[in-house]
Design a protein around this ligand. Structure first.
Ligand SMILES: C=CC1=C(C)c2cc3[nH]c(cc4nc(cc5[nH]c(cc1n2)c(C)c5CCC(=O)O)C(CCC(=O)O)=C4C)c(C)c3C=C
Ligand SMILES: [Fe+2]
Ligand SMILES: [Fe+2]
Length: 356
């Protein structure tokens, strides 16, 4: 790797602390033309698809990139909003709200921004913009509560690739996971309670997480265990009995075995077991996106109802709910300790973070 360019920023200007939130990314438009480069970048990432490179190059360029863009574009078109892709809209709003929350505590010393691992705004461009605005210490928070190689690991790779081209590097902190953070667990529990206060209960609460190949778990990826931990902590906080909830994995891709049980098979089987009403929550997604709105809210709803289900509720992601922003602000503040003054307001609250 070669250094490119010259880092010519003013080292005399006051240093600021940057908080960068990231998510996966999304195509620029719901069209095959926009899907093709997006999917190419995403599916060429060796963290996402761990298959021998040469073989994968032929499969990706010869088959997948000829078929998938059209199919995915159709699905994206059903969730697209006037402001753009839901994932982008929610992530931008999360960054705005988190900026407000952190500026209330730290003032101008802090700068919050967001970037996407694939597509735009890219990690490279946002890092450059943050450094241009005086950021010298950087906290990166990928908004994946559970660590996985394809998501969190890959985000770190993108940072490292950018840094490898720079002469000067910031001080860096990186949040690897927050699957058991008390603020995050409390925000999930609150969203379930709020949903149930409005819509009533259901026979079963289904926790559906994005899947990954089972091979990654066998080779040490902690993702599966962290998903189960999140479910257990939320169930404990809500006082749920074991037969009142279940955990499963969605969004299978390709032919090999992925983490089980699969969400679609679970929802198809539940009515025959006497479960006629379900509520589904997707705690691994910090923002609603194609995989939640369409795959759960439409496709999987269809499977459940066709199999004899009577009522299907989808509990939205945490998005920019006040509980979520509070949890993210708390997570940021914990990771900023020593860089900025201790935020008395956040740490004087009861529960969860005593002693911090
Ligand atoms: C091919 C393998 C894939 C792995 C492994 C994978 C892991 C993974 N993904 C997320 C979060 C999201 N994935 C999203 C879309 C998406 N994911 C894959 C494939 C893998 N994901 C594809 C091909 C797509 C594109 C959509 C499609 O063509 O079907 C999204 C939504 C993006 C959006 O714009 O709405 C998210 C978010 C996690 C957490 C994860 C971890 C194991
Ligand atoms: Fe995915
Ligand atoms: Fe999907």
């Amino acid at each position: 790797m070669k250094y490119t360019g010259t880092d010519n920023f003013d080292h005399q200007q006051p240093a600021r602390v940057g908080v960068l939130i990231t998510n996966l990314g999304t195509p620029a438009a719901p069209t095959s033309k926009a899907l093709r480069p997006y999917l190419k970048q995403f599916l060429s990432d060796p963290r996402v698809v761990e298959v021998p490179r040469l073989l994968w190059w032929f499969i990706l360029n010869g088959i997948i990139l000829n078929l998938r863009p059209r199919r995915s574009a159709k699905a994206y078109a059903t969730v697209w909003t006037e402001q753009g892709s839901p994932l982008l809209v929610h992530t931008r709003e999360q960054a705005n709200q988190l900026a407000q929350a952190l500026e209330n505590i730290y003032g101008d010393d802090i700068l919050v921004d967001f970037a996407m691992r694939y597509g735009e705004p890219s990690i490279d461009s946002v890092l450059q913009s943050m450094f241009d605005r005086g950021v010298r210490k950087l906290l990166v928070m990928p908004l994946y509560p559970q660590y996985s190689g394809p998501t969190t690991g890959s985000t770190f790779d993108a940072l490292a690739a950018d840094f490898s081209r720079r002469r000067w590097l910031p001080q860096l902190r990186f949040v690897g996971h927050y699957c058991d953070h008390p603020g995050y667990i409390a925000a999930l529990a609150a969203s379930i309670q709020n949903y149930r206060a409005e819509h009533g209960g259901a026979d079963k609460l289904v926790f559906s997480y994005h899947g990954e190949p089972k091979r990654y778990l066998d080779q040490g990826d902690p993702y599966h265990c962290q998903c189960l931990k999140t479910t257990r902590l939320v169930a404990e906080l809500l006082g749920l009995e074991e037969d009142q909830y279940t955990t499963c994995f969605q969004s299978r891709f390709g032919r090999e075995e992925w983490l089980q049980p699969y969400t679609d098979e679970t929802l198809k089987a539940l009515p025959a077991e006497g479960v006629k009403s379900v509520q589904v929550i997707c705690p691994g997604f910090s923002a609603d996106c194609l995989e939640t709105i369409e795959e759960i809210g439409v496709e999987n709803r269809g499977y459940f109802m066709a199999a004899g289900g009577e009522s299907f509720g989808y509990i939205p992601c945490l998005n920019s709910s006040s509980e979520h922003i509070e949890a993210l602000a708390q997570l940021a503040a914990e990771n900023l300790r020593g860089w900025l003054e201790k935020p008395a307001r956040l740490f004087s609250q009861q529960g969860g973070n005593n002693g911090l």
